[in-house]
Design a protein around this ligand. Structure first.
Ligand SMILES: [Fe+2]
Length: 251
């Protein structure tokens, strides 16, 4: 089985279109979405219509922006710009897309006996996994060998190995146009494929991954797209300009 893995699209239709074009010749059976379809960007309806069109081929968990932008939660913990974007999104979502957004389940969610997905962490959908300590908590929260997460917008990998009760944890940031990871059956993995629509690792290219469970292999890709088009849409929508500017730098 091959899974296309997407996270943190954040209503960036230009970035999602570039990813769709990039995967056109790659085979995948299902699409996995790790949350934050909307918020920040100016194309929430297009993004949600595409995700909805996947029908039963989709496995998804909700992100914090999905919750707030659909009115399921307040924006009190958001900064000023995220709050403005959430209000704008709620006011611009078509009814059927709003309903669809509200239907995203809370993670974590087990895809298979070995693979699970969550938005922030396996123990808290709003928690960030940046440090080795964050990763330890996330590994302890689920039994799965491989856990995909989003939320930080930084492509990253945490590997856990246990030898006679002694745990070794390795951390790696994943940068580059194409990375191939072969899964070792004696290790556990936490992997963030990066963000489609608002990368924050100083690389403005859209990020996504493909998991091949037969080959036990993960491919991570970065795809150039026109961030200036996404930025222009944000400015034209009257959203805070900083939300457009940051796309140019991947910040
Ligand atoms: Fe996000």
């Amino acid at each position: 089985m091959r899974y296309l893995i997407l996270s943190d699209i954040h209503a960036n239709w230009a970035a999602l279109q570039a990813v769709k074009a990039h995967v056109r010749r790659k085979r995948f059976d299902r699409v996995v979405f790790l949350g934050d379809a909307v918020g920040y960007g100016a194309s929430p309806n297009q993004v949600l219509e595409w995700i909805r069109s996947l029908g039963p081929a989709l496995d998804a968990v909700r992100g914090n922006h999905d919750r707030v932008c659909s009115g399921l939660d307040s924006a009190e913990y958001f900064n000023r710009f995220a709050r403005q974007a959430a209000t704008w999104t709620l006011n611009h979502l078509e009814e059927r897309n709003l309903e669809f957004l509200r239907s995203f389940p809370e993670g974590p969610f087990g895809l298979t006996d070995d693979v699970a997905i969550c938005h922030g962490s396996s123990v808290d959908e709003d928690a960030y996994i940046f440090s080795a300590h964050d990763a330890q908590l996330a590994f302890a929260g689920l039994p799965h060998q491989l856990i995909f997460f989003g939320h930080t917008h930084v492509p990253s990998l945490f590997m856990l190995r246990e030898d006679n009760g002694k745990q070794t944890l390795k951390v790696r940031l994943l940068s580059g146009r194409r990375i191939v990871l072969d899964l070792d059956p004696d290790r556990r993995y936490l992997i963030n494929p990066g963000s489609v629509g608002q990368p924050r690792d100083r690389d403005p290219r859209a990020a996504y991954a493909i998991l091949d469970t037969d080959q036990r292999r993960i491919y991570l890709y970065r795809v150039a797209y026109s961030a200036s088009v996404a930025r222009r849409r944000i400015l034209n929508a009257g959203l805070p300009p900083v939300l457009g500017d940051r796309l140019l730098y991947g910040a």
